[in-house]
Design a protein. Structure first.
Length: 105
């Protein structure tokens, strides 16, 4: 049941943001949905990974302030359900966008 709620909340956020941007910019939903999907997928990836650029930057700041060498963390990313849902949304909206604009290609 928890997985279904996570998927539902992620989809509601993605659809809500896409609709909100569409409403305020007076564009089509299909034009915005893919880019919102990419943005949210990257944000989820950034905040759920460990040992990346921001971790190394924080370690260097602590080391320079305290003089204590910080142990280096190995980069690690384990995709969660919100990331997978957002990635699926992005791929589906990409396919829909390509289908809608197939005459331009």
């Amino acid at each position: 049941m928890k997985k279904v709620i996570t998927i539902a909340i992620t989809l509601l956020v993605l659809l809500g943001l896409s609709y909100g941007v569409t409403y305020f910019t007076s564009t089509k939903f299909i034009d915005i949905a893919f880019f919102v999907g990419i943005a949210i997928t990257v944000i989820i990836w950034f905040y759920t990974s460990k040992g990346g650029l921001t971790t190394k930057n924080t370690d260097m700041l602590v080391q320079s302030a305290t003089g204590i060498k910080m142990g280096e963390q190995k980069y690690e990313f384990s995709p969660n359900l919100a990331f997978i849902t957002s990635l699926a949304y992005t791929l589906i909206t990409l396919a829909a966008m390509l289908y809608c604009y197939r005459s331009y290609f």
